[in-house]
Design a protein around this ligand. Structure first.
Ligand code: SER
Length: 332
């Protein structure tokens, strides 16, 4: 029986991962936790508790009381927030992870931790970035992601904790906003296309980054945790991707569905610099070989699905949208 605790569950990934985990393992088996308790939403359809993962004793108490054997540790600050508050990012991204790993060691839990394309840096081969390569990021977010990958590998080799992770690309979703990320433009653009027919992008037109639709990302997280360990040569963390986008190519795909859509550019130097320090494409063949990773959504099918869902959501929820740095990640 798999019993799961999810941290940072009210963020962009957790909001969709928790319902997917409950579908697979049963509603009562998945305890969602976050530093903030959401007022509404599907997370509250099953067990939910407030949990500050910087409080090691509280993490241990929650994991033991739920008799968990698996922890999906999602609580973290994203790249742009981390550049604004690097000390806080270090404290949250590293402090919570070490607390979770210690509890996992003691309580014999498997641990999923997301890494990111942000774990690469300017010295990484850019097109593609191999699975095993130079990792010298120039952001605090990247520093915490590389250190996190190493820490997870260490807990596996030294203490036998079943740690596994993915280097996620930018994640695109119609359910919960990201918040504080460099790839957030790829979500904002869909909302603005429907609400005003135009979007002003904070990255330049030809800035190419890997992206993935959230249903694929959620499935990847579950599949890597279900993978046969005897096939895994890597653990922390697998490159996974679905598509490579620039703001211009994404705008073209949206224009095919929303005629007359216009994009303008007002480049934010901080986020542009972060984006330029990341690869243009990552090579995810290790994930494909070792546990059968395969994406389902490409740009066209994702765009159709995003717009269908957002039309329904914005129709029902006009004026209540909130994209921004205070949304989704607990501590931004
Ligand atoms: N989407 C993340 C960010 O922009 C990258 O992992 O920070």
């Amino acid at each position: 029986m798999t019993k799961i605790v999810v941290t940072g569950a009210a963020g962009q990934v957790g909001t969709e991962l928790v319902p997917a985990l409950r579908e697979v393992y049963g509603e009562t088996e998945v305890l969602a936790t976050d530093v903030r308790v959401p007022g509404t939403g599907t997370l509250l359809d099953g067990p939910f508790e407030a949990l500050d993962c910087l409080d090691a004793a509280a993490v241990a108490e929650v994991v033991r009381r739920h008799a968990a054997d698996t922890i999906y540790h999602l609580a973290a600050l994203l790249s742009a927030s981390a550049e604004q508050k690097p000390q806080l990012a270090y404290e949250v991204n590293m402090g919570t992870l070490v607390n979770v790993l210690e509890v996992a060691r003691d309580a014999h839990c498997a641990v999923f931790t997301p890494s990111s394309i942000g774990a690469f840096g300017p010295g990484t081969p850019s097109d593609p970035a191999p699975q095993d390569t130079v990792q010298r990021p120039s952001t605090m977010y990247g520093v915490t992601k590389v250190a996190g990958e190493l820490l997870c590998d260490y807990y596996h080799s030294r203490f036998g904790v079943d740690t596994r992770g993915l280097r996620f690309p930018g994640l695109i979703s119609h359910v919960a906003p990201p918040g504080g990320g460099t790839t957030d433009y790829a979500v904002e653009i869909y909302y603005d296309a429907l609400e005003s027919g135009r979007y002003t992008c904070f990255l330049s037109a030809d800035t190419q980054l890997d992206m993935m639709y959230m249903p694929d990302a959620v499935r990847a997280a579950i599949e890597v945790m279900e993978a046969d360990p005897s096939r895994l040569r890597h653990r922390n963390a697998f490159n996974v991707t679905a598509m490579q986008l620039t703001p211009a190519t994404l705008a073209d795909a949206i224009r095919a569905e929303v005629p007359g859509f216009e994009i303008a550019y007002d480049v934010d130097p901080v986020r542009q610099r972060i984006a330029e320090s990341w690869p243009r494409r990552i090579d995810d063949s290790a994930a494909r070989d070792e546990w059968g990773w395969s994406h389902r959504y490409d740009l066209a099918s994702m765009t159709k699905d995003m717009l269908t869902h957002l039309k329904a959501k914005l129709g029902a929820d006009a004026g209540h949208r909130k994209l921004g740095a205070d949304a989704g990640h607990g501590r931004n």
